[in-house]
Design a protein. Structure first.
Length: 271
């Protein structure tokens, strides 16, 4: 499975909208891996997690057509993870999609309701909406998918996703604090090949609703202890906020010695 990190920032991006803090000024000056758009990942070019406000930027930056995305998984309704108005651009005359390319969208009750409200009264977008619940698995294309419960404010059931294909298992685990007990229990049925984890708060001592460097390290240790991960599991931290203050190389200096990679916009790996 190929994983492309389209964006690796929190809701405000980095440099953040309207912000004049030192971390944002430094990121703007240094550029490169310090520039973080709103978080989303793309699996095998066809499966996408979340629909942030930076979809158009991602399309241009990586030379990808969103028409190729056939399966879209929404974690929750915060605006940096669900910008449903972009779906209106799938209809004529805004888009001329060649052939039948339906888009299957999966999300919790709030997410599906938000999308229905945004597209109500319009047609021709080729959308099929699927309401999913935590711990009720389903098949999407070539993937077996298991929605998990996140620790995050807002929606009644904020979601994480497990993706399984050809005996490879990926955990999409960002925008969550320390996982709820039910999620830890469900994870014990798997050995992860890739664990993608939230590190919004950087060095700050946070484990509720988001994770910090310390929390990510504890998650890795706990996964190894419980057999959810092993020596071959790849750990990647993402979803960074400028409020953490650490730029890319500083994050690497803290996380790499713990065996955890630091994601950046455009990072592509194969599992």
């Amino acid at each position: 499975m190929k994983v492309l990190f389209l964006g690796t920032g929190a809701a405000e991006g980095w440099p953040a909208l309207f912000c004049e803090c030192e971390a944002c000024r430094k990121a703007m000056t240094l550029g490169g891996k310090n520039i973080r758009s709103r978080s989303s990942i793309l699996l095998d070019g066809v499966y996408k997690v979340d629909l942030p406000p930076d979809n158009y930027l991602h399309m241009l930056r990586y030379g990808r057509s969103l028409a190729d995305v056939r399966y879209l998984f929404i974690t929750h309704t915060h605006y940096d993870h669900l910008h449903p108005d972009d779906l209106l651009m799938r209809r004529e005359p805004f888009a001329h999609i060649m052939g039948e390319k339906p888009l299957h969208i999966y999300g919790n009750e709030e997410a599906i309701a938000r999308i229905r409200s945004a597209v109500e009264g319009y047609s021709g977008m080729g959308l099929t909406l699927h309401k999913v619940k935590p711990f009720n698995g389903f098949v999407a294309g070539e993937f077996n998918v298991m929605p998990l419960l996140a620790d995050h404010g807002g929606d009644r059931f904020p979601l994480l996703y497990l993706f399984e294909k050809n005996d490879k298992v990926i955990l999409h685990g960002y925008d969550s604090g320390w996982f709820p007990d039910e999620t830890w229990k469900a994870l014990e049925d798997y050995t992860l090949d890739l664990a993608i984890l939230d590190c919004t708060s950087g060095p700050l001592p946070v484990s509720k609703y988001h994770m910090s460097i310390g929390c990510v390290v504890r998650v890795k240790e706990y996964m190894l202890l419980r057999g959810i991960a092993d020596k071959d599991t790849v750990f990647i931290a993402t979803h960074f906020s400028h409020n953490g203050g650490l730029l890319h190389e500083e994050l690497e200096s803290r996380l790499n010695p713990k065996g955890i990679r630091v994601a950046f916009d455009g990072l592509e790996i194969e599992i």
